[in-house]
Design a binder for this molecule. Structure first.
Ligand code: ADP
Ligand code: MG
Length: 320
């Protein structure tokens, strides 16, 4: 957008934030670039994620939730790296300068930004089909970033929270059924995912590998397996399923979503056996559980409660 409105819009909706001084922002919105300091003992972890209307969220998603979710999925990438979020930039493409939409969008965005004490330090605003990109940066102590490539044979495989809720939430959001607490739980998991930032930080010196679950457990765990050149045995009976999911679906369908549906933004990580006591202490009060073991035999195998091998049909969401 090149109209005068653009600057008024940026000022009104994106520049009115409290400054969180501890994150090293020296110069924020308003110049040609922002300027930030990185503490000497830290590395900078940088990620970007784009949400396209109709692709990454249904077109009738509320503006508040779009703002919230775009930042949440980026915070989730920081969590997966064990990084402490520091600041973010926003590239916003929208069809019109709808002030009500922008008010709601920025409220959702800044509700989460405030929770993590991170500032929006710049961005770009253009006219076009609704598309939102957020680039985020975080600090991680040198050499302590969690990666996908560090899994070792014998590591326990863990996930936080519960799986499949957001996948069911998407189906329910598209239908027009009456509200129930279970339905609302799943839709909230879809629209306002909770990034596992505290867990990621706590895992820094404990986990051998980590990834956040955006495309489904099977697909994302496979990224760890490929990067680490290992395989995995999963116990389906250990997959964490919410009571909402199990009350709305039969077991087969619930497991299918837990394995293959995206958008949960939980963490999947691996921990060697000699760090399991440390893990217990580090994640005290957090919801997590072991779901399997890293193996030398490549590939991903799933076992049912009778230790019978189960064939995996579908895979996680793929864009191309
Ligand atoms: P330039 O023309 O130098 O690229 P712009 O006119 O695009 O700068 O932006 C002016 C200022 O507003 C810059 O500091 C930029 O980072 C910021 N900005 C633009 N759009 C956004 C946005 N959607 N959110 C936050 N800051 C933005
Ligand atoms: Mg410029």
């Amino acid at each position: 957008m090149s109209s005068v409105d653009e600057f008024g819009l940026i000022q009104r909706f994106f520049q009115q934030q409290p400054i969180y001084p501890q994150r090293g922002v020296i110069l924020g919105i308003g110049d040609d670039a922002a300027v930030c300091a990185v503490p000497a003992s830290q590395h900078l972890a940088v990620a970007i994620d784009t949400l396209v209307a109709g692709v990454h969220f249904p077109k009738n998603t509320r503006a508040y939730d779009i703002g919230y979710k775009t930042l949440a999925v980026n915070l989730s990438d920081m969590a997966a790296m064990g990084a402490t979020p520091a600041w973010f930039t926003l590239a916003l493409t929208c069809p019109t300068a709808d002030t009500q939409w922008l008010t709601d969008f920025s409220q959702g965005l800044f509700a989460l930004a405030q929770q993590y004490q991170i500032n929006l330090i710049g961005g770009d605003t253009t006219r076009g089909a609704l598309t939102i990109s957020i680039q985020i940066a975080g600090f991680v102590p040198r050499t302590q970033a969690l990666t996908r490539s560090g899994a070792q044979v014998g590591d326990g495989i863990y996930v936080t929270g519960s799986l499949g809720d957001a996948g069911l939430g998407l189906q329910l959001f598209k239908q027009n059924q009456i509200d129930t607490p279970e339905k609302n739980h799943c839709i909230a998991r879809l629209n306002r995912p909770t990034p596992q930032v505290a867990v990621g930080q706590a895992l820094r010196t404990i986990a051998n590998s980590a990834i956040d679950i955006s495309d489904g457990l099977a697909a994302d765990l496979n990224h760890i397996l490929t990067a680490s050149k290992v395989g995995a045995d999963l116990n389906l009976s250990q997959l964490p399923l919410s009571s909402a999911l199990t009350s709305l679906l039969n077991r087969q369908h619930a497991l299918q979503l837990a394995l293959h549906a995206g958008d949960d933004y939980e963490l999947c990580f691996t921990v060697p056996s000699d760090k399991q006591a440390a893990l217990k202490i580090a994640l005290q009060g957090q919801r997590y559980c072991q779901i399997g073991t890293i193996t030398a035999q490549r590939g991903l195998r799933c076992y049912d409660e009778n230790q019978q091998l189960v064939h995996l049909s579908a895979s996680g969401y793929q864009h191309f």
